[in-house]
Design a protein around this ligand. Structure first.
Ligand code: PRP
Ligand code: MN
Ligand code: MG
Length: 185
């Protein structure tokens, strides 16, 4: 009954800025993995959705894609610290060159859990690619190999990121107006 854009306090990263950064990350990953002749992108659902498909199309080499689904509990704006595995990989990653694709690293607890989970299966290599990083909120130390943007500690949505499962379809990264999360949380 209203436009999703009306619920934003401001636009933090425009669609154009995202596309420019994604193209650069794709070129960097292409340069690093082409010589190895293997690349498996592992997207972390659901937040990775938009980034994953755009990044994959910005990489110029034959690659494979798989998905894992995790969720932290609740619909608050804070990560709970409890990570649930909702869907595991279909692929055997032993001996494969794997890049985990995430929309955002906040506390780092999701990736700390996933790194451990994937490393136990003996990939040839494992790197992390994240569109957004909120360094001020870090609780687990995560090496980020490919990063789009560092962002301040504001509640962001769009381009895959949700609040209460909504706003993932915004083409930009926006800051949600506080009246929205104050009324539902
Ligand atoms: C969000 C986001 C990351 C994670 C980051 O996912 O997409 O996966 O939280 O938080 P952390 O660094 O504090 O662990 P969420 O659990 O909300 O699931 P979703 O991707 O389906 O929205
Ligand atoms: Mn997620
Ligand atoms: Mg979420």
């Amino acid at each position: 009954e209203h436009s999703m854009h009306d619920d934003m306090a401001k636009i933090l990263i425009t669609a154009g800025q995202i596309q420019e950064r994604v193209r650069a990350l794709g070129a960097q990953i292409t340069a690093d993995y082409r010589p190895l002749g293997d690349l498996l992108l592992v997207g972390v659902l659901k937040g990775c959705a938009m980034f994953m498909v755009d990044l994959a199309r910005a990489i110029d080499m034959p690659l494979a894609m798989d998905f894992i689904a995790t969720s932290s509990y609740g619909k608050t704006t804070e990560s709970s610290g409890v990570v649930r595995m909702l869907k595991d990989l279909d692929t055997d990653i032993a001996g494969r060159h794997v890049v985990i694709v995430e929309d955002i690293i906040d506390s780092g607890l999701t990736l700390a859990y996933l790194r451990g989970h994937l490393l136990r299966r003996n990939p040839a290599s494992l790197r992390i690619c994240a569109l957004l990083n909120k360094p001020s909120r870090r609780r687990a130390d995560i090496p980020i190999d490919y990063l789009g943007f560092d962002i301040p500690n504001e509640f962001v949505v769009g381009y895959g990121l949700d609040f209460d499962e909504k706003y993932r379809n915004l083409p930009y990264i926006g800051v949600l107006h506080e009246r929205i999360y104050h009324s539902t949380a």
